[in-house]
Design a protein around this ligand. Structure first.
Ligand code: GLN
Length: 488
């Protein structure tokens, strides 16, 4: 038996049956992290801490005190603060930041017995779609095209390190955050499952803020069931986050009973975007056929304001980012450049600490919030946001979930799309509207393109109805029989 071939659920069973130990499992993953260090999936590896936690997990198992994730090695996106472990947000400005506290989500995972292997790479402050804006180098996808070119591909972004780590089996699951698609797009590019739950399902406490009204924590894993197990452990009310909802957390894995007979699946016609590759169109139709043959009913729905989602997002997200990032001034923490005058110190610290994409967002954000333009841009965007949300409310009167492609293309080469930020932003065309509406969405690997690269389908649910996402996700996963793996 090869430990890395086991799923999270299988590993957990074998740990509890004492067929393997957490020390063995953790050593296996730490070894793989070393072998595949070239992918640059982790910014910080924490092998000593991991071995300590694994030892404790084995003791807990021996004493019959195993938590739900006892002994399971996970990776944490380096946007979640981890107590006494460097947390950078992939920015030079936080290059030496060691938080004195633990984020709620990572604490919940640790409380369930998980082992932390390290902190994964991301786009700087989670701004990007290719993991190329990281201050600590880009992440390389473990996938290659089947044309023998050996070209390095992007794992997607911003949670590219987490997605690459799961796809390369450098952990059994990982946390991510999704402000406009940062879980679903990299999950799709890497052939794994990723869920962004409903806004308010997971606490944002201790997560470095990008755009607070859109940011949501979520999960990556190899398959739907493992994702369900991890999301359940990460979810729940947190009095420390005023946007966290006091709503019971269901047993997500139990919802996967495969029975979708009579369920209504909405197909939004506005997601047939111009120049969509035929392969994506075909995959979408394939998904529709799978659900139909499992007994679901297909209904056409309309989300008429879809075309405004990207422009609306790229006003609101930078506006909130410019405000959130104002705290990095070199005074209390983070990078400081020494200067005689205070203003000079602010300016040179921020100039040295932030990368180009972050600066671009601060400029756009400051502009749309400035006195002369606030009504024309920011207020207008908030109004359109309301209409986008209303579209979903209306659509869900006719159906239980929506099915769409997750991304407009498969993974592209590193460096591609870099010259044109707008082209990069177009990656989020199918994902951002959910963040604007606060709804849950999941990407499930459903097939390969002509180059042998994974493509995902996105399932969009009603607020607080992640259970239906898992149910439908399980059916797609089974029908797709997606067995292609990036790892050996
Ligand atoms: N790609 C989008 C952006 O650059 C979304 C990022 C995210 O979800 N964190 O803003």
């Amino acid at each position: 038996m090869n430990i890395a071939d086991l799923t999270l659920e299988e590993t957990s069973t074998k740990l509890k049956n004492k067929e393997i130990s957490s020390i063995e499992v953790t050593e296996e993953y730490l070894g793989r992290m070393e072998t595949y260090r070239g992918l640059n999936a982790y910014i910080t590896e924490t092998p000593e801490l991991a071995m300590e936690q694994a030892k404790k997990a084995d003791t807990n198992i021996a004493n019959g005190k195993a938590g739900k994730l006892e002994g399971i090695p996970l990776a944490i996106k380096d946007l979640f603060c981890t107590k006494n472990v460097k947390t950078t947000a992939a920015s030079k400005i936080l290059g030496n930041f060691i938080p004195p506290y633990e984020s709620t989500v990572s604490q919940k995972l640790l409380d369930a017995g998980a082992v932390m292997l390290g902190k994964t790479n991301l786009d700087e402050f989670a701004m990007g779609s290719a993991n190329t804006t990281s201050g600590f180098g880009n992440v390389i996808s473990p996938w290659k095209k089947n044309d023998g070119s050996n070209q390095d591909l992007t794992p997607g972004g911003s949670s590219g390190g987490s997605a690459a780590a799961v796809a390369a089996k450098l952990c059994l699951g990982a946390t991510g955050t999704d402000t406009g698609g940062s879980i679903r797009q990299p999950a799709s590019f890497c052939g794994i499952v990723g869920i962004k739950p409903t806004y308010g399902r997971c606490s944002r406490w201790g997560v470095v803020a990008f755009a607070s009204s859109l940011d949501q924590a979520g999960i990556f894993a190899e398959n739907v069931k493992d994702t369900a197990i991890l999301l359940e452990a990460s979810s729940g009310f947190d009095p420390k986050d005023s946007t966290s909802a006091d709503i019971p957390v269901p047993d997500f894995a139990a919802a996967m009973n495969g029975d979708i007979r009579g369920m209504k699946i909405g197909i939004p016609k506005e997601y047939r975007v111009d120049n969509m590759p035929e392969e994506i169109e075909k995959l979408w139709q394939q998904g529709i056929d799978w659900l139909k043959s499992a007994g679901a009913e297909i209904v056409d729905v309309s989300l008429p304001h879809t075309k405004y989602a990207l422009p609306t997002y790229y006003i609101i997200a930078p506006a909130e980012a410019s405000s959130n990032l104002a705290r990095y001034d070199g005074v209390r923490y983070g990078l400081r450049t020494e200067q005689d005058a205070l203003l000079d110190m602010y300016e040179t610290s921020r100039a040295a600490g932030f990368g180009d994409e972050v600066k671009r967002r601060i400029m756009v954000g400051t502009y749309v919030l400035s006195a002369g333009y606030y009504d024309a841009y920011y207020i207008k965007a908030q109004q359109v946001r309301r209409l986008i949300r209303q579209d979903f409310i209306d659509a869900f009167k006719k159906c239980d979930v929506l099915l769409t492609p997750a991304t407009p293309s498969a993974a592209f080469a590193i460096g591609e799309n870099e010259d044109d930020p707008i082209k990069m932003y177009l990656n989020d065309v199918f994902t951002v509207s959910l963040n604007l509406a606060g709804l849950p969405g999941m990407s499930v690997p459903a097939g390969l393109d002509a180059n042998g690269l994974p493509l995902g389908l996105q399932i969009i649910g009603k607020a607080w109805d992640e259970e239906t996402l898992f149910k439908v996700g399980g059916v797609i996963e089974q029908a797709a029989g997606f067995t292609s793996k990036a790892y050996k």
